[in-house]
Design a protein. Structure first.
Length: 260
């Protein structure tokens, strides 16, 4: 089922779990929620994060050195769920799920009480087993759409997504950018032809001004690399620093049913 976004625009906050350790990741997530994040993406560290820029790559390397696994991230999600009803999404590459098995993953995700998952490198054309297992457990699926995606494929992505659609604002890898790409509003407009689900825009968003701009044409903004970099730069005070940053991002936004 679609995730509930309670603000206009909503804030989706990504963190790399296990960086610097799982206990701190829990504290960061809860601090971000208290500061105003509407959805938390719990990033599973991966050895070859091809879609991610250097900030998240470094975070994944640090987390993997500690042995952080998909099972541990699901256990972390369960801890967070016991403290908050905010939206929780497992954000991962496909390989950790294949190692666990699709059915085992969906069962574990349901047990952890997460809302759903986003698999960055799973093509929608090859997602039937995944979609079937997630549907059995009433778990939301989220797929990525890019400015270069054809209309025919956007329609497939819209049909396969049940939680929200993640609109990649530009081609390339993750990382902060000073300006919002001009392609983003056009991509969201194209997606609106095929779905009534919320659309979240990500890749490069790091300021309240950018989030405000996103709110003019989309339902939510995803902030990832900027949060991960704050964690990296503030050892010993990661949660406090992330909370301050999130608070700065959500100042002035409105509670809303997100009419479109």
């Amino acid at each position: 089922m679609p995730l509930s976004f309670n603000h206009k625009p909503s804030l989706v906050a990504y963190l790399t779990c296990g960086d610097p350790d799982l206990a701190t990741s829990r504290d960061i997530a809860l601090a971000a929620i208290d500061a105003g994040a509407d959805v938390i993406e719990l990033g599973v560290p991966f050895s070859d994060p091809v879609a991610d820029g250097p900030v998240i790559q470094r975070a994944s390397e640090r987390a993997l050195r500690h042995g952080t696994s998909l099972l541990q991230v699901l256990a972390l999600a369960k801890e967070i769920r016991q403290r908050s009803q905010v939206g929780l999404i497992i954000f991962t590459y496909l390989n950790p799920i294949l190692r666990m098995g699709m059915a085992n993953f969906s069962a574990a995700a349901q047990d952890a009480c997460v809302d759903g998952a986003l698999i960055t490198d799973l093509p929608v054309e090859e997602s039937q087993e995944y979609l079937s297992e997630m549907e059995k457990r009433a778990l939301a699926t989220v797929f990525l759409a890019a400015p270069t995606t054809t209309d025919a494929r956007l329609k497939q992505i819209a049909r396969a997504s049940t939680g929200f659609v993640y609109a990649v604002s530009r081609t390339g890898v993750t990382g902060t950018r000073k300006q919002m790409p001009e392609d983003a509003p056009q991509l969201v407009g194209r997606l609106r032809r095929y779905t009534d689900l919320p659309v979240a825009v990500g890749f490069g968003i790091s300021t309240s001004a950018q989030i405000e701009a996103v709110g003019k044409f989309a339902d939510a903004a995803v902030v990832g690399s900027a949060i991960v970099e704050i964690v990296e730069r503030n050892p010993g005070k990661e949660a406090e620093s992330v909370a301050q940053f999130v608070e700065s991002l959500v100042v002035g936004r409105q509670s809303s049913a997100l009419p479109r």
